[in-house]
Design a protein around this ligand. Structure first.
Ligand code: HEM
Length: 152
């Protein structure tokens, strides 16, 4: 009887846990569309990882090597991202589509330029300017997502 009770309790707990795992989180809207199984989504995930490193490492000159590694990682991720087209371009056609993809590519080129500047700033040991360049990059993130992503 005790054994039956334990099995019943185990099954009950397992069912509860699986419900918790599959339950949608009410009211927690995603910050941006999640499309991480595309090459662009994956490159963006890489970008995010390196940006997280920089947020901390740029505050500490002892971490300049880590900053430089993250910046080169970002440059490589941006190189992958810029040859892709945003998911939003899929239903577009003709000139509208070409213009949209071109604007995206130019925005990524501008991002790339900032990364070269950031690399120079860190190599010069000028972390104050590096932080200003970093903040500009974060501004590009917001503008880029506003213009080139949607929730669908
Ligand atoms: C610091 C800079 C940036 C960070 C940390 C960042 C991060 C991300 C992340 C985490 C995603 C979701 C990926 C996923 O899970 O699928 C994403 C998506 C996206 N981001 Fe960025 N991003 C940055 C800059 C930019 C810029 C500058 C642009 C445009 C010029 C851009 C365009 C996009 C687009 C288009 C998507 C959706 C992917 C798709 O349409 O297939 N991002 N980004």
């Amino acid at each position: 009887m005790r054994r039956l009770l334990s099995i019943t309790m185990f099954l009950g707990l397992a069912a509860f846990a699986s419900l918790q795992l599959s339950a949608p989180v009410d009211g927690a809207a995603p910050e941006r569309a999640v499309v991480d199984d595309t090459p662009l989504g994956e490159a963006m995930e890489e970008i995010e990882t390196h940006i997280r490193t920089l947020r901390k490492s740029l505050k500490d000159p002892a971490q300049n090597e880590a900053s430089l590694t993250a910046i080169v990682g970002l440059q490589s991720a941006v190189a992958k991202a810029k040859v892709e087209a945003p998911h939003m371009a899929e239903p577009m056609e003709g000139k509208a589509k070409a213009d949209f993809v071109l604007a995206y590519r130019k925005a990524m080129i501008a991002f790339d330029r900032d990364l070269l500047t950031l690399e120079e700033n860190v190599l010069d040991g000028d972390l104050e300017t590096a932080m200003a360049t970093y903040k500009g990059i974060r501004g590009r993130e917001d503008k880029g997502h506003e213009r080139f992503t949607s929730d669908e």
